[in-house]
Design a protein around this ligand. Structure first.
Ligand SMILES: C[S@@+](CC[C@H](N)C(=O)[O-])C[C@H]1O[C@@H](n2cnc3c(N)ncnc32)[C@H](O)[C@@H]1O
Length: 355
């Protein structure tokens, strides 16, 4: 019904290959490549279907372990999660070790969080020198892989001496990265046949890492801490996949492609419960005059036409609640939050009129 090809204004986009009537379900993104329920909400959000009820803690946990940080609204959701998300039982031990590390860090360090930062501290006119970000990451990679550092805490045999205290939001990032790394590990011996659900498909998505870090420089340190944390605690067999490149790939893709997991029904009061990346749904560009509506249906993301679409027309969604704003406000918001200058037909026409 549509194909992915280059646009003239913003990378690739989805173009109708036939006339599509209004109300047509043009795509279902069935499950995220990686997702995380934010720590504050995870007892109240089903890890499978993302059902959420305020102040209601779900009671169903994984059999045999309560320490993977997963809560389910029903036994059926738990079974589906196990069968679809972790059939080879590789992910749960990783989530467990993350949670053990969090518990140890909290006991050991209590409120003494390392490197507390203000994530909202925005640098409007700041930019790292061209290769500064690369050089810093190379340095970090060198530090953690260097055998000459004999007292390297990452080589300590006990988890207790390896944990690094992170902010809650960083533990969430660590879980998001860990899920993707487990997928990459599994793919290394069991090739996926769904191209957009492979690591290559995922890492072919756009990244806004540099824009994000130039805007919020404290995030660079934060991303490095997430890498060091994962490098320290991930099981040995996954270590070859815990590289700076892979951690950066996930965190950079999140900045350009994440779908918030919003409380339903969606309205201006809805809470953002988590973050998810659906590679197959990531090729829909934004338009301030969208012709496709995205809706979350449990764990799935549905894309439905909101008007009749002509053969060859681009299929676009709206990335946020800004459609009623004047053109300059929309442009500013998209630049600040999504790091691009909106080149949709409505903005182009309104900017030309305003000029
Ligand atoms: C989720 S991706 C969409 C697919 C992307 N075009 C690609 O080739 O991977 C979001 C990115 O697409 C580009 N984009 C989406 N909508 C745009 C628009 N209206 N104007 C300019 N760029 C846009 C921006 O770079 C944005 O960060």
């Amino acid at each position: 019904m549509f194909e992915i090809r280059p646009t003239t204004y913003g990378g690739r986009g989805c173009f109708a290959t036939c006339a599509i009537p209004r109300g047509t379900l043009v795509h279902i993104a069935t499950t995220p490549f990686t997702a995380v329920i934010f720590r504050d909400f995870r007892k109240e959000v089903c890890a499978y279907c993302f059902a959420y009820e305020i102040n209601r803690t779900w009671k169903v946990r994984l059999r045999g372990t309560e320490s993977a940080g997963l809560w389910f609204c029903s036994e059926s959701c738990r079974e589906q999660w196990v069968n679809e998300e972790d059939p080879s039982c590789e992910l749960v031990p990783v989530l467990e070790v993350i949670e053990q590390a969090v518990a140890i860090a909290r006991r050991k360090l209590q409120s003494a969080k390392t490197g507390e930062y203000d994530e909202d501290f925005v640098h409007e006119d700041f930019s790292f020198e061209s290769d500064a970000i690369e050089k810093l990451w190379e340095h970090v990679e060198g530090l953690v892989t260097s055998n000459s550092v004999t007292a390297n805490p990452l080589r300590n045999p006990t988890l207790k001496n390896r944990v690094l205290a992170l902010e809650d939001i960083e533990y969430d990032s660590a879980r998001l990265v860990a899920v993707a790394i487990v997928r990459l590990y599994l793919e290394s011996y069991n090739t996926s046949t769904v191209p957009w659900f492979t690591w290559n498909g995922f890492s072919g998505l756009e990244s806004h890492e540099k824009d994000l870090i130039n805007r919020l420089p404290a995030l660079l340190e934060s991303h490095i801490r997430v890498f060091i944390f994962l490098k320290a605690i991930m099981p040995k067999k996954l270590q070859p996949f815990v590289t700076t490149a892979n951690v950066r790939a996930v965190l950079g893709r999140e900045s350009a492609n994440a779908f918030g997991i919003w409380q339903l029904p969606l309205n201006s009061e809805s809470e953002c419960l988590g973050s998810s990346i659906f590679p197959s749904g990531s090729y829909f560009n934004h338009s301030c005059d969208p012709n496709v509506i995205k809706t979350r249906n449990g764990r799935q993301m549905h894309f439905t036409t909101s008007c009749a679409v002509r053969d060859g027309e681009e299929l676009c969604i709206s990335y946020g609640m800004m459609l009623k704003m004047p053109v300059q406000a929309r442009q500013n918001l998209l630049q600040e939050q999504w790091y691009f200058k909106c080149g949709c037909s409505r903005c182009t026409a309104e900017l030309a009129t305003a000029a």
